[in-house]
Write a protein that binds this ligand. Structure first.
Ligand SMILES: [Cu+2]
Length: 268
């Protein structure tokens, strides 16, 4: 929780101080998930599980099952005045602070999905190990359309979600990641392939960059290719994609790994 009084006081002190350049002595450096060792991965995923066990801070206490779902709630109702990139930077930072409360001692890691562009389903992020893995990506089964994409392995196997409606954590990567939606190459891949990542880095203004990076879903996007941010949400489908009326994609712990990378691309 941000202490507003303290924040205002800090601002006032800042305003009175000499105009010396701000100096950060303690800059954390985020790391690629692939560079963490097994103990670090287990500790990080354990901190997320801890958040999922912690009671909600919600004053009404009825909608959210846990501290983890408090973040889903916050993302569900951001209002329409937010600035997309900085708001999400703050959001990932606040989440990281909660993970620290749950014993995580490292910086926020990231999933560098653009390095997995050739075949997202072959990414190292998919790991079924209950200690060190986020689980795999679901696999749509036409013989079992109900709950067919529930994540049944990894640290969040059969994770029960309450907010915004009761269901189990789902992903459905192979079907949506490979969906053509004309070509060349699958629609999602055109969002995070090297060509689009390079185009993105040459955009001159913040506003154009933000729009090109974010990209709404294809229904609202006039381009024949998505932005990489939207493409990853779409490719993972399930909770990451949500359903148009909900903004509840933070129900998948990969949301934060994704947005940590979005942040990194913005910073670079
Ligand atoms: Cu997002």
């Amino acid at each position: 929780m941000v202490n507003l009084a303290l924040f205002s006081a800090a601002l006032a002190v800042g305003a009175l101080a000499s105009p010396a350049k701000p100096k950060c002595d303690n800059i954390g450096v985020r790391r690629n998930w692939n560079s963490l060792n097994g103990d670090e991965k287990a500790s990080f995923l354990g901190a997320i599980q801890c958040m999922m066990q912690k009671p909600s801070l919600s004053p009404n206490g009825v909608q959210q099952a846990s501290r983890f779902e408090d973040f889903v709630w916050t993302h569900q109702y951001p209002g329409y005045a937010i600035h997309w990139l900085p708001w999400h930077r703050w959001f990932v930072k606040a989440y990281h602070a909660e993970l620290q409360e749950c014993g995580w001692e490292g910086e926020m890691p990231y999933w560098a999905w653009e390095q997995d562009w050739q075949d997202l389903s072959a990414s190292n992020i998919w790991n079924a190990d209950p200690e060190i893995g986020f689980g795999t990506y679901g696999n749509f089964d036409y013989n079992n359309v109900y709950n067919s994409t529930t994540i049944t392995d990894g640290a969040f196997a059969n994770h029960q979600i309450q907010f915004p409606f009761p269901h189990m954590l789902t992903r459905n990567l192979p079907m949506t990641a490979n969906y053509p939606w004309t070509g060349p190459g699958p629609y999602c891949q055109r969002g995070y392939n090297p060509e689009n990542m390079k185009n993105l880095s040459s955009i001159a203004t913040y506003k154009d960059f933000s729009v090109a990076l974010e990209s709404p879903d294809p229904i609202h996007n006039p381009n024949p290719f998505p932005g990489p941010h939207g493409a990853i949400h779409l490719a993972l489908w399930g909770d990451m994609r949500t359903d148009g009326t909900n903004n509840s994609s933070p129900n998948d712990p990969l949301f934060y790994m994704h947005h940590s990378n979005v942040d990194r691309i913005w910073a670079s």
